[in-house]
Every structure is written in structure tokens, then in C-alpha cells.
Design a protein around this ligand. Structure first.
Ligand SMILES: Cc1ncc(C[n+]2csc(CCOP(=O)(O)OP(=O)(O)O)c2C)c(N)n1
Length: 325
């Protein structure tokens, strides 16, 4: 059997994220996932397309809306869901939760609750690759709300100045919480990035193949020493900013606007590029995988209170700030 086509791989990754997120949303509404989640539903083409251009040695730095990035980079959905349920089987022993899930072995340098924080992390990783002469690329994901964060602009500047192998991926979903991008951002985001000397372009973030093509070009450019790139992925989140938004009647978005974007569902678009039997087989495979993940995560245990201070320090000599043993 020949290698699976990119079209199928993209479909599978998006399907995995969609189903994982739908279950998470349901589990957060019942309180099973404490603290809620920021659903990624609608934006799957970005994570799938960008990560399709990366190898396992490449790294990504993510956001508060990070489940899709972590899964697309290859994290085990069972351990990811266990992390969200806060059990010791989780990727980070249940200590990171939704907004801080990381898998360093897979190059996932963490989801991040601080808007824009992934940009300097990825730039720093890229700098270390460059210093060591390693053929690796770093990607920072962030939303449109991060485009005016000082650290993001500082990261653009240093990345361009030092020609770092980093790709900045802006997922412009039109809103930062409930603030429309047009009321928050002066000028054009692509021009803003280009002004720093980044190879900057916009891409249809609802089309996984278009994102994958643009990301592959940006990553190749980095590997060839051509310096950093910026991708503006125009996308949309189908649900609220946070799962709690499902429970309150916020109406900062038009039903017609949401409907128009839902009509461009990236998963449906990608399904038309794959034969029907394969779509059915992938759907069944993912449903089984997620059922198993739910069962696995529910069977876990929460860390004991006395374990709260474990794993805080690498050398094991300090258990509490200021208390040496
Ligand atoms: C530095 C910082 N400022 C404010 C917040 C509060 N906050 C959390 S998410 C968010 C909106 C982020 O919007 P965007 O970057 O566009 O990402 P999206 O939620 O659309 O994916 C804000 C303001 C924060 N977490 N960190």
C-alpha cells in the first residue's frame, strides 16, 4: 500500500481535533472539565495545515486555544484529555490543564494562558537552533488579539534582524474575546509583519490545503536560511470565546455572520477531497480513538494534595520557595 495522501492526513487531523473538541465542550458544560475550555472548532485547518509542514524535531508554541495545535503536532489524545481532567495520567501529570498542556518530546512547547507569549518562546527556540546549527524550525501560533502585544512585535523584530528559522502564524478569527479586530488593530496585519522584514502573506484559514502549502513554503524558506515568515490565516471560531459563553446569552456576533462562516466548514471542504469510503473509515477510526480517550481519562486519579509541590524544581533539592532541604 502506498503512503497515505496529504489530503487524507489533513482530513484525519482535522477530524481528530473536531471530535476531541466537541467532547471537551460537552464535558466542560457538565463540569467534568473544571475551569472550561477555549474551543478550537472551526479553526482546525490552521493547526492541521501548519503542522503537516513540520517534522517531529520542529517545535510549536501555542495559545489559550491550543488543543488543536497540541493534537496536530502528534500528542496522544488519551493523555491530552487526561490532562484536561487533571489526572496524573495527563501529559503534564494533570498540572497544566487546558491552557498549559505541553509535550516537549514532540516539540510542543506548551499552550499558554498569556496572550502572545508563544512568539518570544518560538523565537528563542529558533535562536537556539540557529546557534547550534540544527536544521529545525519553530512555529508560534497566536490570535489577532496578540498582534499589538509588545512581546510579539519584539519577537518579529529580533527574528527578522537575526534571520531566525521561525514562522509566526496568526489565526485571525476576527475577535479577541468579544472585541472585533477592526476596533482593535490599526493598519493591515500583513503589512505590519512585512514592515519588520518578515516574508508575510495572508492565506484562507478555512482551507487546510492552502494553509499546508503556505506553511510548507514558509518552513522551507526557514530551513534554507531565508529567515522568518508570517502567515495570516483568516479563520473563525464556530463557538464562543470560552465554553462558559455557551451558557450565557452574549450576542456580539450576528447569526448571519456565524452562519456564513459555518457554511465554509474546513472539515467539510476537506472531506470533498477524499473519497467517501475513506472519509467513513477515518470518521469511525477517530470516534473509537476518542471513545477510548474518554474512558482512559475518566479512569485516572487526581494528584493527592500532598503532591502539590512535586515537580516544581528540576534538582529535587527544594520543595518550597525559600525552603532548602
Ligand atoms: C497578556 C494578556 N492579556 C489579556 C489576557 C486575557 N485574554 C485571554 S484570551 C484574550 C483574547 C485573545 O484573543 P486572540 O489573541 O485574538 O485569540 P483568540 O481568543 O481569538 O483565539 C484575552 C484578552 C491574557 N490572557 N493575557
Amino acid at each position: 500500500m502506498g503512503a497515505e495522501s496529504r489530503a487524507v492526513r489533513l482530513y484525519r487531523t482535522m477530524r481528530l481535533i473536531r471530535e476531541f473538541e466537541e467532547r471537551c465542550l460537552a464535558m466542560s458544560l457538565t463540569g467534568e472539565i473544571v475551569g472550561g475550555i477555549h474551543p478550537y472548532i472551526g479553526q482546525e485547518a490552521v493547526a492541521a495545515g501548519v503542522c503537516a509542514a513540520l517534522t517531529q524535531d520542529d517545535v510549536v508554541a501555542s495559545t489559550h486555544r491550543g488543543h488543536g495545535h497540541v493534537l496536530a503536532k502528534g500528542a496522544d489524545p488519551k493523555r491530552m484529555l487526561a490532562e484536561l481532567l487533571g489526572t496524573t495520567d495527563g501529559l503534564n501529570r494533570g498540572r497544566g490543564g487546558s491552557m498549559h498542556a505541553a509535550d516537549v518530546g514532540l516539540g510542543v512547547y506548551g499552550a499558554n494562558g498569556i496572550v502572545g507569549a508563544g512568539a518570544p518562546i518560538a523565537a528563542g527556540a529558533a535562536w537556539s537552533f540557529q546557534q547550534r546549527g540544527e536544521d529545525r524550525v519553530a512555529v508560534a501560533f497566536f490570535g489577532d488579539g496578540a498582534l499589538s502585544q509588545g512581546v510579539v512585535l519584539e519577537a518579529f523584530n529580533l527574528a527578522a534582524l537575526w534571520r531566525l528559522p521561525v514562522v509566526f502564524v496568526c489565526e485571525n478569527n476576527g475577535y479577541a474575546t468579544s472585541l472585533p479586530v477592526g476596533r482593535a488593530l490599526a493598519g493591515d496585519p500583513v503589512e505590519r509583519a512585512a514592515a519588520f522584514g518578515l516574508a508575510a502573506r495572508a492565506v484562507d484559514g478555512m482551507d487546510a490545503e492552502a494553509v499546508a502549502d503556505a506553511a510548507a513554503q514558509a518552513v522551507e524558506r526557514c530551513r534554507a536560511g531565508g529567515g522568518p515568515a508570517y502567515l495570516e490565516c483568516r479563520t473563525y471560531r464556530f463557538h464562543g470565546h470560552h465554553s462558559y459563553e455557551e451558557q450565557v446569552a452574549l450576542n456580539y456576533r450576528d447569526d448571519a455572520e456565524v452562519g456564513d462562516w459555518r457554511a465554509r466548514d474546513p472539515l467539510r471542504t476537506q472531506s470533498t477531497r477524499v473519497d467517501e469510503a475513506t472519509v467513513r473509515a477515518v470518521d469511525a477510526e477517530i470516534t473509537t480513538l476518542i471513545d477510548e480517550a474518554v474512558e482512559f481519562a475518566r479512569a485516572g486519579r487526581a494528584p493527592e494534595p500532598h503532591e502539590a509541590l512535586d515537580h516544581l524544581y528540576a534538582d529535587g533539592t527544594t520543595t518550597r520557595p525559600g525552603v532548602m532541604i
